[in-house]
Design a protein around this ligand. Structure first.
Ligand code: CDP
Length: 232
């Protein structure tokens, strides 16, 4: 069967990463988490004093540092998982914590950061057989992707899901704090000038607010089977 490119976009904590990861493992494709790349750049900026305590961002310093930031994914074949690497260091856990979540959308709105990461993301797609999730995969990174999904759920549902994830990791936070972060990132992501979050015209929309993981997986696999049979 011919390999295709699958773009899964959507709002923060909508479950798109879990969907993309699950589908990639199920069909033997490579999974790329584009959000992890924006998070890694944000962590680098925070560690190097480019984000100030009041949340303001030194855009110029970040853009100047881009050539020094190397992002990669370390794949563990045994557990079928992967870890984000920043300049050779595994930062998978740190990039998911609230301090990075609170700053990432401001960093992701810087046009030069987006251009650099989009180039890297497109290079991952050279060989097809890829599932990538993010905000602009179907619109900017792979506008010709054969399969495009746009995932949404209510802000409350998304905040509740993220809270469970963070609690499982032992992170002390509250529903209100997580909901505020979700709403804040939605706002920045949808209103930024450079490739804002929006559904590609040819993307299939899924509101998974009231769907179980099994129903969602089933829906996704059926869609993949339909689209890949049309592309062969
Ligand atoms: O996991 P969650 O959906 O909350 O976020 P993520 O996918 O890890 O992405 C973190 C942030 O990076 C988003 O809120 C966006 O601001 C930004 N992002 C983006 O601008 N473009 C992408 N393709 C992926 C993420």
């Amino acid at each position: 069967m011919k390999n295709i490119i699958i773009a899964i976009d959507g709002y923060s904590s909508s479950g798109k990463s879990s969907m993309a990861k699950w589908l990639a493992a199920r069909i033997g494709y490579r999974y790329i988490d584009s959000g992890a790349m924006y998070r890694a750049v944000t962590l680098y900026a925070m560690r190097n004093g480019m984000i100030h305590p009041d949340g303001s961002v030194d855009d110029q310093a970040i853009v100047k540092s881009l050539p020094l930031i190397k992002i990669d994914f370390k794949v563990d074949r045994q557990s079928d998982s992967q870890a984000t690497m920043l300049n050779g260091e595994i930062v998978e856990s740190e990039i998911r914590d609230m301090p990075v979540s609170n700053n990432v959308s401001a960093v992701a709105a810087i046009p030069a950061v987006r251009h650099a990461l989009v180039d890297m993301q497109q290079a991952f797609g050279n060989e097809k057989g890829i599932v990538m999730d993010g905000r602009d995969i179907g619109t900017t990174v792979f506008p010709n992707a054969e399969m495009k999904v746009f995932v949404n759920a209510s802000p409350q549902t998304r905040a509740q899901r993220r809270l469970l994830e963070l609690s499982a990791k032992g992170v002390a936070t509250t529903f209100e704090e997580v909901l505020a972060n979700v709403v804040h990132r939605d706002h920045i992501d949808t209103t930024r000038a450079e490739s804002p979050l929006r559904r590609a015209e040819d993307a299939i929309e899924l509101d998974n607010s009231n769907m179980s993981i099994e129903e969602q997986s089933d829906w996704l696999l059926k869609l993949f089977n339909k689209i890949s049979s049309c592309n062969n």
